[in-house]
Design a protein around this ligand. Structure first.
Ligand code: CO
Ligand code: ZN
Length: 331
């Protein structure tokens, strides 16, 4: 799985421009799906058909990542930019961005000031000396992402866009392991999660599932002086109780806990005080869809160096498999 995570996290896919990522995933899953398609908003939808008495489950993981968009290019060729999604400003200075055509730039702060980190004091230097030279490489309106390679630390791995390519990797691995399911399983690699759960909204409407499960990263409370939170790296799949976008349906929460208990899958309960996932959009679809989230614990979320533990990733795969194979009549 590490190789899949490496490929996915090194791909280019800011919100709205996920096609490089979804094409990569499409090639990885096409032999394991009955149908693969892409919709108007750029969601990649892979289906494994179930039996007649089965239910419909939608699993989602977002393909997009946070990034920047160029707003202005000055006479000396410096770029100004806005955020795409919740970019952590403190992690920008000195870091590099990569645009769609491969152009790389350095982010820095006016006056070299590290204390007053505001987005409108930051600029991107792509090595251009004039506006014309800059314009020959990039244009206003172009999207960029963090430029960082995947790093393997053993049990733990670090990359940009682990949020949520690691969730995509979990679904890809689960797809490989499921044969002849009873339930019809939709694996949706959604667009535009980071700017407001947009791809999940339209795809959930189309699929209209009996159960929706999002796979996404969550914060941890296990680093020096961290905000108090019960989630730690290496302690298993996190079963979400709530975040800002939803309260997990009690029956879905109980089902996930029961399946983890029955399957001896390490798990922990997650209460996220801010942030949301695709399940926030799925559960509000039509007249409401029972939904939940299986979270991959992740340190340094929305920085260029997001860290997860492969043992948690495995636990999440196991929990997805348990849900996929469950007889949902009891829900
Ligand atoms: Co995110
Ligand atoms: Zn995410």
């Amino acid at each position: 799985m590490k190789e899949v995570i490496k490929q996915l996290t090194e791909a280019f896919g800011p919100s709205g421009y996920e096609s490089q990522v979804t094409e990569l995933i499409s090639n990885m899953v096409k032999d394991y799906a009955d149908e693969v398609s892409t919709d108007v908003l750029g969601n990649l939808i892979a289906v494994k058909k179930g039996k007649e008495n089965g239910k419909t489950i939608m699993f989602s993981a977002h393909a997009d990542e946070i990034g920047v968009v160029i707003t202005h290019i000055d006479d000396k060729g410096f770029l100004r930019f806005a955020n795409v999604g919740g970019v952590g400003i403190a992690s920008l200075v000195g870091n590099r961005v990569r645009f769609g055509n491969g152009t790389i730039g350095v982010i820095y702060s006016e006056k070299g000031d590290w204390k007053e980190l505001k987005l409108d004091k930051l600029y991107i230097d792509i090595g251009a000396e004039t506006k014309e030279e800059a314009n020959s490489k990039v244009r206003v309106g172009e999207f960029g992402i963090f430029h960082r390679e995947f790093t393997d630390l053993g049990h733990r791995v670090v990359a940009k866009s682990m949020d949520d390519r690691v969730g995509c990797a979990v679904l890809i691995e689960a797809m490989k392991q499921i044969e002849n399911p009873t339930n019809t399983l939709y694996f949706v690699f959604t667009s535009q999660e980071e700017v407001g759960l947009r791809g999940a909204r339209t795809s959930a409407y189309t699929i209209n599932p009996d159960l929706g499960i999002a796979l996404d990263v969550t914060l941890t409370g296990d680093t020096p002086e961290a905000h108090r939170m019960e989630v730690s790296l290496g302690k298993g799949a996190a079963i979400k109780v709530k975040d800002s976008s939803m309260i997990t349906h009690p029956k879905v929460k109980e089902l996930l806990v029961q399946l983890a208990e029955d399957g001896n899958i390490p798990y922990q309960m997650e209460v996220l005080e801010r942030g949301g996932t695709d399940a926030g959009a799925i559960h509000l679809t039509r007249d409401g869809i029972p939904s939940g989230t299986i979270s991959i614990p992740c340190r340094y979320v929305h920085s260029p160096s997001e860290m997860v533990d492969m043992r948690d990733v495995q636990a999440c795969v196991d929990l997805v498999l348990a849900v996929a194979n469950h007889d949902l009549d009891t829900l």
